[in-house]
Design a protein around this ligand. Structure first.
Ligand code: OXD
Ligand code: MN
Length: 592
């Protein structure tokens, strides 16, 4: 029975059900009893495996098809009326052609299956910053993951009432055919259609598809921002908590930074770090004139490999209960999970992510897929913020951008102005690592870490950032910074220890926001005076010469960088905001 009388939902569902032709339709009400029954069904069919209930209570393992293990950017499309609206960084399809193509694939694809109707909220139910969606799916895995990653069920429909402001999401597993896989966003129609995949980022439609691609466009229309940013709070010994939003390209440690454990000296002094979000921030001006942010998600869809007690104790703790693991190795000795980088004891009797017998002590193959994941409830996180459910979100003091640059960017620098800060975000880039296929050290431009996630022309998106800044009182606007945890010496050694020690840099950033720290002006922006970075306890690891190297700016490298920026900006033609061209001209003049 339908859980709502909302006419726009009922009409959309009637049409889509007639298209996909399921044997039956089940509305997800959000009750534990219903989710339990679905878990039992998934266990019976083999879609899920139950893990050791003492060591990992209520945890499950799922393996995707081997050809379906990651987001597929080359098959992701922004379907806007004109190609220019999608812009030069997105793949584009004409909406009418895309609908026809997708409907032909979806037609009849639920035959013999059940359709699940998931009402969900991105953001705390009822928050003025939250928005609702309906995902229609034929996958129990999707239902159970959405139940962790979002707020689901009847309460969402009750708050939505008869409103038409909800995002339509159709997911069809079909045959997991790579050649017919499409992840399509229709920003003008509030619609997402995803076919032929069963992997997280492609099918948990609330996440990248809605909360970034569709929401970035909604934000442009409605005067707010959807950003690929973590949100964390730093509490000082006086008990004051100040919040930072930070954007890094995928695989630069966002989840680790969001959950960092302060270094010993900071812990002793009484500093604490609180996690509000690890991936996405929705940001809006509050009645006090400041920018406020919520995390629209309700869980963490984190990369498992490399997660361990040192790199991210809190993520590991979050994934000990009520968690779904995807494509990790199964330890047959105790029915638990393992992945590369968890510890130095790979299991000898295991099943790898492909479902084959695997001996981790002798095999040269990976046990877990490099993009294997845990889907863990945010409430499990030992450092979850007390403001996680706050309807108005948290006030933001600083925006931080960053990437992986071996030589170019200093450990940290601050923009001179808001528009300069937008420029710093727009020129974000990261060097590829050996973990990804292709050449190592190649610069990939990834403005604001939004390259694969911006639902409209990136030039218009930059202008939106500039307009937001212009609407803020400069005293209340967050300050904008860039960090680089990945600077290397000539010998190829990392110069900065990273992880918990990154708090030392956040500390300087927050001091700058409070007007408490000095800085040196360089051609690219303000960098810290060495004495203002608290390196107590780190003296043996980072000496004076090393710190000087970390903070140094090499004009010759920046000259080369300017050429790369010009080529990239050139793609946007007259969509490049004049303010960003002016910032580029200033940088060139400063370097000359
Ligand atoms: C993610 C990503 O999965 O950015 O969060 O790729
Ligand atoms: Mn992400």
């Amino acid at each position: 029975m339908a859980l709502t009388k909302n006419p726009s939902i009922l009409a959309w569902l009637e049409e889509k059900i007639a298209l996909v032709q399921p044997d039956s339709v089940v509305w997800i009400d959000g009750s534990e009893a219903q989710l339990d029954a679905l878990r039992a069904q998934a266990l019976a069919s083999g879609e899920l495996l139950k893990l050791n209930d003492e060591k990992l209570p209520d945890c499950y393992l799922h393996r995707t098809a081997v050809n379906d293990v990651a987001r597929v950017e080359h098959r992701t499309f922004i379907c806007t009326p004109t190609e220019a609206q999608a812009g030069p960084t997105n793949n584009w399809k004409d909406p009418a052609e895309a609908y026809e193509l997708l409907y032909n694939i979806a037609r009849g694809s639920y035959k013999g299956r059940t359709a699940y109707v998931i009402p969900y909220s991105m953001g705390p139910v009822g928050s003025p910053l939250a928005k609702a969606g309906i995902e229609l799916t034929d996958s129990i895995y999707v239902v159970l993951n959405m139940a962790i990653m979002t707020r689901i069920g009847q309460a969402v429909l009750d708050v939505l009432g008869d409103s038409n402001d909800w995002v339509r999401g159709l997911h069809c597993r079909c045959n997991i055919d790579e050649e017919q896989r499409y992840i399509c966003q229709f920003p003008q129609d509030n619609t997402i259609i995803s076919v032929n995949s069963g992997y997280g980022g492609n099918v948990l439609l609330g996440k990248k598809c809605f909360a970034l691609r569709i929401a970035s466009y909604q934000g442009k229309q409605e005067g707010w921002q959807a950003e690929h940013m973590l949100i964390l709070g730093v509490e000082n010994p006086q008990g004051e908590v100040r919040y930072i939003c930070a954007a890094f390209p995928s695989a630069c440690g966002k989840t680790n930074l969001a959950m960092l454990i302060p270094p010993e000296g900071y812990l002793k002094a009484g500093y604490k770090v609180w996690t509000v979000g690890d991936d996405i921030a929705w940001i809006r001006k509050g009645t006090d004139g400041r920018l406020w942010a919520i995390n629209p998600e309700n869980g963490f869809f984190g990369v498992a490999p490399g997660t361990n007690a040192h790199s991210n104790y809190n993520a590991l703790a979050s994934a000990r209960q009520g968690t779904i693991f995807t494509n990790v190795a199964l330890n047959l000795d105790d029915n638990t999970v393992w992945w590369e980088g968890l510890d130095k004891n790979p299991p000898a009797h295991a099943i790898d992510w492909k479902g084959n017998p695997w001996d981790g002590t002798t095999s040269s193959e990976n046990g877990a897929h490099p993009n294997s994941r845990f889907t863990a409830p945010a409430k499990n996180c030992p450092c979850i913020s007390s403001e996680f459910e706050a309807q108005q979100g948290v006030p933001i003091s600083a925006f931080v951008f960053g990437g992986r640059r071996a030589k170019l960017a200093p450990l940290v620098y601050q923009s001179r102005t808001w528009n300069h800060g937008v420029f710093v975000g727009a020129i974000m880039a990261s060097e590829t690592t050996a973990a990804a296929s292709g050449a190592v050290g190649v610069v990939r431009r990834d403005p604001m870490a939004m390259l694969p996630f911006c639902g409209y022309n990136m030039g218009d998106y930059w202008q939106h950032w500039i307009d937001i800044g212009a609407s803020l009182d400069p005293d209340k606007a967050p300050k904008i910074f860039n960090v680089n945890w990945f600077r290397k010496s000539d010998a190829g050694k990392f110069l900065w220890p990273g992880f918990g020690d990154n708090l030392r840099v956040l500390d300087w950033i927050l001091d700058r926001c409070a007007g408490k720290a000095d800085a040196d002006e360089t051609s690219i922006g303000y960098i810290p005076k060495a004495a203002d970075l608290n390196l107590t306890g780190l003296e043996d690891e980072v000496g004076d010469a090393q710190l000087a190297e970390l903070l140094s700016v090499d004009p010759a490298l920046w000259q080369t960088e300017v050429e790369g920026i010009e080529t990239f900006f050139g793609k946007f033609g007259d969509k490049l905001p004049a303010a960003l061209q002016a910032e580029l001209d200033t940088l060139k003049a400063n370097l000359a």
